[in-house]
Ligand binder design. Structure first.
Ligand code: CIR
Length: 253
């Protein structure tokens, strides 16, 4: 169960965020509204939500998931692979210090963005992507093992982050799309397939027995509901324009 989440309100500078989506610039006012509703959804799942103020110096800083991995035993600050995002970790040690006594940090030449990390119990799958390199992933596995957890690598071919294409929904349920559908590492799970026409919906989050799903993906909704989960739909259209999804917008612990 998760008790808390940390989010960062998007700043006006978000319109300059990194994007490959070709969906146009996000509408800032709408993004703020969607972010508020996202926070309300987290709260409705029983989480206490800590909201950090906008950081205009970093257009992508609302995608706070990427800058840290919060485990039950320690926090690990990352070293984002995107040059424009490296500074997002400034001040993070102080913020996380309110909740963690053990704080580790990925060091260059290692790079890692935690959107590339999927937690399955005590095990963490780490995507090797354009943002997360071997050195960063190796350091992460070292930290996980130091605190009694484990990690393993998954090579990415197409998507931005590992969790762009796969989400663990607890109870052995794995929501999977695209390049990960046939991945040998994932065949031991109960696979919930994401239709190619709804690939964005693969980035869902399990929170205390409920599933947060991006709004507008009816096939995915039906698939998830067939497992008995209650689904809460959240409109993330403006974050999608920056290649971001539901998981990217919070640190849950
Ligand atoms: C980026 O390209 O870094 C941001 N525009 C989107 C980050 C999305 N984060 C995530 O998938 N964890």
């Amino acid at each position: 169960m998760f008790k808390m989440a940390i989010v960062r309100t998007p700043g006006k500078s978000m319109i300059h965020g990194v994007s490959s989506a070709k969906l146009g610039a996000p509408n800032y006012e709408l993004a703020r509204l969607q972010h508020t509703k996202y926070v309300e959804a987290l709260e409705s799942c029983g989480l206490e939500v800590v909201t950090l103020p906008p950081n205009e110096s970093f257009p992508d800083s609302t995608f706070i998931e990427d800058v840290a991995l919060l485990t039950p035993y320690c926090a690990i600050i990352t070293n984002p692979g995107a040059p424009s995002r490296k500074g997002e970790i400034q001040g993070l040690r102080d913020i996380l210090g309110d909740y963690y006594t053990q704080i580790e940090q990925i060091q260059a030449p290692g790079t890692l963005e935690a959107g590339d990390i999927m937690m399955v119990g005590n095990h963490y799958y780490i995507g090797l992507s354009a943002r997360t390199n071997q050195a960063g992933a190796g350091q992460m596995i070292g930290f996980l093992e130091k605190y009694g957890m484990t990690g393993s690598l998954i090579e990415l071919k197409q998507v931005l982050h590992l969790k762009t294409g796969v989400a663990y929904l607890e109870n052995n349920n794995l929501l999977v799309g695209g390049e990960f559908l046939t991945h040998p590492e994932f065949q031991k799970f109960h696979i919930l397939e994401i239709d190619a026409s709804e690939s964005y919906a693969a980035n869902c989050i399990w929170i205390n027995g409920k599933i947060l799903l991006p709004a507008g993906y009816p096939i995915a909704r039906k698939t998830i509901e067939s497992t008995g989960y209650q689904v809460l739909e959240i409109d993330t259209s403006e974050f999608r324009k920056l290649d971001g999804g539901l998981s990217c917008l919070s640190l849950r612990f």
